[in-house]
Design a protein around this ligand. Structure first.
Ligand code: FAD
Length: 452
């Protein structure tokens, strides 16, 4: 099987890269071992909320030079300020064209309301999530937070009391829906996704609308746990029309419906563009010649190799086995790539669990094109995108989704440009220059420098 590009991993990074490449007409396969961080995420996407020195970031695009000083190995610093500035708007467009309704902009962070009613800065949030502008009061006066009886993954009282502390009226309520009784009998099944499968049925949605109407008299906004609209956010608009008041969804404990919807929507987009998804398969080896990947082998395809001009490693971090540990060693399991941050065992963590944790910055070492190094040498046709990259802390810096999306687009643009040059060496001017790093400008093809 021969493709232009094989992508390993179908998290936010793999899907973004696949969509962009497929949009550009590349034949592309994504091999995916299992669920991604999206299944556990808030559904909001962070770009940059704090600098490594702890300072808050209100306008992410304006602090990139400072970030480059503080963290030269950060993926944003590698990609470069100019490239980030254009890729970020490309990212917003890609998500929109995929069918995701998100609010927010890279020019200024906004705050989303968290599952415990606090504010957290972010870049993009699903349209149905309650958000507010930075340093501004909450835009509601009297909110009702409605939980579902027996559903332990969302606590309306905690949310309401946090909202009250922010100066608005807020009340907690619980509804009992008999259509959920069968699920309620088995607490381990009483999860957001299973609840949504029942509440999304038209007959149950009307019952839900009636219950919500009764519990929301005198309130100007309704917060619910994200247990509705598994397939599409349109159902929230429908409910809004039936109840006649704005309805917002707060993320619950995993599995996260808001993240799953992003995953599903992006997968659908990739497939519609002609991309091949190999779900439930796992890459277990690659063939290499002269620092060039020649074959990719997977569990399901056995000794039938997948071949591609370029390979993208988007296998995530420890959470999805993109990185692994043994007692005193951290390693990248597929190719044993060089790691950027790899201190002694005793320095992986800090005792204070709320302090930034060193292990979160572990990840693969790359050149300025985001091509990984192995034993100090670049692998020519391999790129690394997303959480498998080292040099940044997605939690403390609030930049997890941003790094995944922007590194994936940065790589996709390089592959598109590179393959355009290979296909038509005399027409290098067709290459979209504004998003190409210097190292891949036409004159430098074939003599890329390694920058560590
Ligand atoms: C629990 C959790 C919650 C998070 N929530 C947020 C959030 O709300 N907002 C935010 O901005 N950031 C969040 N992040 C940060 C997160 O890292 C990024 O947002 C982003 O989703 C990571 O995407 P990724 O594609 O790089 O990696 P992942 O999502 O980890 O995807 C890696 C993929 O690679 C696959 N894979 C691994 N090895 C192989 C193999 N050998 N063969 C085939 N497939 C393989 C895995 O199965 C998985 O599908 C969260 C991270 C975690 C861990």
């Amino acid at each position: 099987m021969k493709f232009d590009v094989v992508i390993i991993g179908s998290g936010l990074a793999g899907l973004t890269c696949g969509i962009r490449l497929a949009e550009a007409g590349k034949s592309c396969a994504i091999i995916s071992a299992g669920q991604s961080a999206l299944h556990f995420s808030s559904g909001s996407m962070d770009l940059l909320s704090h600098l490594p020195d702890g300072r808050e970031v209100l306008h992410p695009l304006t602090v990139l030079p400072e970030l480059a000083k503080q963290a030269p190995a950060h993926p944003y610093s590698r990609i470069g300020e100019k490239n980030i500035a254009s890729l970020v708007y490309q990212a917003e467009n890609l998500l929109k064209k995929s069918g995701l309704k998100m609010k927010g902009s890279a020019s200024q962070n906004h705050c989303r309301i968290t599952p415990i009613g606090r504010r957290r800065m972010t870049w993009l949030s699903p349209a149905c999530v309650p958000t507010c502008e930075l340093e501004r009061p909450l835009p509601w006066e009297n909110v009702v937070v409605i939980g579902i009886e027996g559903f332990l993954d969302f606590q309306p009282k905690i949310v309401a009391s946090a909202l009250r502390r922010q100066g608005i009226k807020a009340q907690a309520q619980e509804i009992h829906l008999s259509c959920l009784d069968r699920l309620r009998d088995n607490p381990s099944e009483f999860r957001a996704v299973n609840i949504a499968r029942l509440l999304d049925l038209p007959e149950n949605l009307s019952l839900l609308a009636e219950e919500i109407s009764q519990h929301s008299k005198g309130h100007d906004a309704i917060f619910l746990p994200a247990c509705i609209g598994l397939e599409s956010g349109d159902i929230i608009e429908n409910l809004h029309m039936q109840v006649g008041k704005p309805i917002y969804l707060l993320p619950t404990l995993p599995p996260s419906l808001l993240g799953i919807r992003i995953n599903q929507t992006m997968r659908d987009r990739f497939r519609q563009l002609g991309g091949i998804m190999m779900v439930g398969d796992k890459v277990n080896g690659v063939g290499m010649e002269n620092n060039h990947i020649t074959h990719v082998y997977s569990r399901n395809h056995g000794d039938i190799p997948l071949r591609a001009s370029n390979v993208v490693l988007a296998t995530g971090s420890f959470f999805n086995n993109g990185l692994k540990t043994e007692f005193n060693r951290v390693y990248e399991p597929l190719l044993d790539l060089d790691l950027l941050e790899n201190p002694e065992y005793g320095q992986w963590t800090r005792q204070n669990v709320f302090a930034p944790q060193p292990y979160l910055k572990f990840g693969v070492q790359t050149d300025a094109c985001l091509r990984p190094l192995k034993a100090g040498r670049v692998i020519e046709n391999l790129y690394a995108a997303g959480a498998v990259l080292g040099g940044y802390d997605p939690l403390a810096e609030g930049c997890g989704a941003g790094v995944s999306v922007l590194s994936a687009l940065f790589i996709a643009e390089q592959i598109i440009a590179e393959q355009a040059i290979v296909a038509s060496p005399l027409s290098a001017q067709t290459v979209p220059e504004q998003i190409i790093p210097e190292k891949i400008a036409p004159k430098n093809i074939g003599s890329r420098e390694i920058t560590q």
